[in-house]
Design a protein around this ligand. Structure first.
Ligand SMILES: [Zn+2]
Length: 252
């Protein structure tokens, strides 16, 4: 799949999307054969940030954001899979562009889209968890991860979902608060906060959607915690409980 990605063409995009849909169909068939006892048929898309040549943030000790985001997404998926249909946008170390991640979620009519990232700073003391929901602000404001915008333009891919997230911004905000409350309840970390921002990866999601920036791996103390299996498992548990809380209050 990564070979196709390097072509950076519409063909690449279609191949990735079709591969993802076929993977989902195969998984769905397998799941349906195993059991039909889901509480509901809600679909959750977990999106581990970056991948392949796009390593994301790198710590002084060589921890890559792309690796940690996939690890955390896998643990969250395990904690949710008995109650929901959970799919990852990428399941290994390969690159996906933003439209591929979003379009797959939209075509599946997913109920939630959650992108997993980590922060980095030249100031090693910088710490904290932040959950972002989509919110348009003035043009002079900073745009988070604006490299993703450049990626979309350079691939010349027209996204039909541009800014469709606006109609979900209230529920996305509620989702962010639900997850934040559970994280702050159980995790010994700098307090998690919620913030609205014009995040490109969320703008095309036609469902409640957030980015969890799950700590700064440039902070050695936080990095050590995030590399601890027990801590990461507890962190994933809090996030999954926040998602369950959201579904309890938002049935549709
Ligand atoms: Zn990132």
């Amino acid at each position: 799949m990564s070979v196709y990605c390097n072509i950076s063409s519409t063909h690449c995009y279609i191949v990735i999307l079709m591969s993802f849909i076929l993977l989902v169909m195969a998984n769905t068939a397998e799941v349906m054969a195993k059991k039909t006892s889901y509480n509901n048929e809600k679909i959750i898309i977990l999106d581990p940030g970056h991948g392949g040549h796009d390593k994301g943030v790198q710590s002084m000790n060589g921890t890559y954001e792309k690796t940690l985001s996939l690890k955390l997404a896998n643990i969250i998926a395990k904690k949710l899979k008995d109650k929901y249909r959970v799919f990852l946008t990428r399941t290994d170390d390969y690159w996906l562009d933003i439209p591929s991640r979003i379009d797959a979620a939209n075509h599946l009519k997913a109920n939630l889209f959650i992108s997993i990232h980590f922060g980095g700073s030249f100031l090693h003391k910088t710490s904290g968890i932040c959950i972002y929901y989509y919110k348009e602000i003035s043009r002079s404001a900073n745009i988070l991860e604006n490299e993703t915008l450049k990626t979309i333009k350079s691939n010349n891919i027209q996204t039909q979902w541009h800014k469709i997230q606006n109609r979900h911004k209230t529920t996305s905000h509620i989702l962010a608060e639900s997850v934040k409350n559970r994280i702050n309840e159980h995790i010994e970390f700098t307090k998690c906060k919620v913030q609205g921002a014009p995040v490109i990866v969320l703008s095309g999601a036609d469902m409640p959607a957030v980015i969890i920036e799950a700590g700064y791996i440039s902070n050695p103390t936080d990095e050590n915690k995030l590399k601890d299996t027990k801590f990461l498992s507890d962190f994933a548990k809090s996030i999954s409980k926040g998602i369950e809380d959201f579904f309890k209050t938002h049935k549709n």
